[in-house]
Ligand binder design. Structure first.
Ligand SMILES: [Zn+2]
Length: 321
């Protein structure tokens, strides 16, 4: 292998698949996904250099509502499907009882925090804050969702130690060269009973077994690590966290993810970012077919999740005492 395993340092491994950027076609290069022969962690190998990786991210990789009736409809859908993320976080806040900042790392357009505040989950004693790499995302979160957002890396975030009641990271860790640095930063920032909530694609899902490189959770070349639940648990444990619960289903991510894997050309975000030329009726027709495929995928993804092999893992963790 080109690089040592980031989890155990082992050099040996086997190639699981090779793939190009199936989703956004930002490059035609072919990449390799390998499994460590020792700890079995799955990763992109070699990892692209930071300057190169930057080119593989589309300009507006995050979601922000646009005007018009199609945009409003999308906003209604986005709000509807965020319920798993909201409920999971609300339960964690309720059970921890901790006060302090609720910080969403990789907040994108800020819809999650906006909804958390609307539902009164945060409350006056729990101010919300977003953090994102992208200046455009941070600007959008503030402008359109009224979410105070900083553009920073979590390791250098302008928050005091032990100031956070909860830190959420939805689909962040798999994009990082050094997820340990983020988890250690979260450990510093959380209050003693604060909660860390992490969501990543689950490389131990049935979809990966069935579809291989076609599974959208691999997302070559943007996902540097493909975690299984046990890999994530081990990493959290090493960073001083105790895992309290797992959830393997997300209404936002699992059915739509399978739809995208099966019909990549119909994925609305992919079409938008690739600037696929479409007349309004073509756009509507494709959106409707994609929606129908997504609904069709719900039973399978629920079954998969019930067997703890859903295509995403959401974890609640607290600091080890
Ligand atoms: Zn390893």
């Amino acid at each position: 292998m080109s690089d040592p395993c980031p989890a155990c340092g082992n050099q040996e491994g086997r190639v699981l698949l090779t793939s190009t950027d199936r989703l956004y076609a930002m490059t035609t290069d072919v990449f390799r996904v390998v499994e460590c022969s020792s700890c079995k962690l799955i990763r992109l190998d070699p990892q692209p250099a930071p300057s190169e990786l930057h080119r593989y991210y589309p300009a507006s990789y995050w979601y922000s509502a646009d005007g018009g009736s199609a945009g409003r409809l999308e906003q209604v859908y986005r709000r509807f499907v965020l319920r798993d993320h909201l409920r999971f976080t609300e339960r964690a806040l309720r059970e921890s009882g901790e006060q302090g900042v609720v910080l969403d790392v990789g907040c994108g357009g800020g819809l999650f925090l906006q909804m958390l505040e609307e539902r009164g989950a945060a409350g006056a004693s729990r101010p919300i804050a977003g953090l994102d790499f992208s200046l455009d995302a941070a600007r959008s979160a503030w402008k359109h969702a009224a979410v105070p957002t900083v553009c920073a890396s979590l390791s250098h975030a302008p928050f005091a130690a032990e100031s956070c009641a909860a830190i959420t990271m939805f689909h962040v860790l798999e994009h990082l060269y050094d997820p340990t640095a983020y988890l250690e930063a979260a450990h510093r920032l959380l209050r003693p009973e604060g909660r860390l909530i992490v969501q990543v694609p689950n490389a131990a899902c049935w979809q990966f077994l069935l579809l291989g490189a076609r599974w959208n959770g691999v997302d070559v070349p943007r996902h540097l690590i493909n975690f299984r639940a046990r890999d994530l648990d081990a990493l959290l444990n090493d960073c001083g966290f105790e895992v309290l619960r797992h959830k393997f289903f997300s209404l936002r991510d699992n059915p739509a993810g399978l739809a995208t894997s099966l019909a990549t050309g119909l994925d609305p975000m992919s079409r938008r970012l690739r600037h696929v030329p479409e007349k309004p009726w073509q756009r509507l027709a494709k959106d409707l077919v994609y929606a129908a495929v997504t609904v069709t995928c719900v039973p399978f993804t629920m079954l998969e999740a019930a067997c703890r092999a859903g295509s995403t893992i959401m974890v609640e963790a607290r600091k080890k005492s």
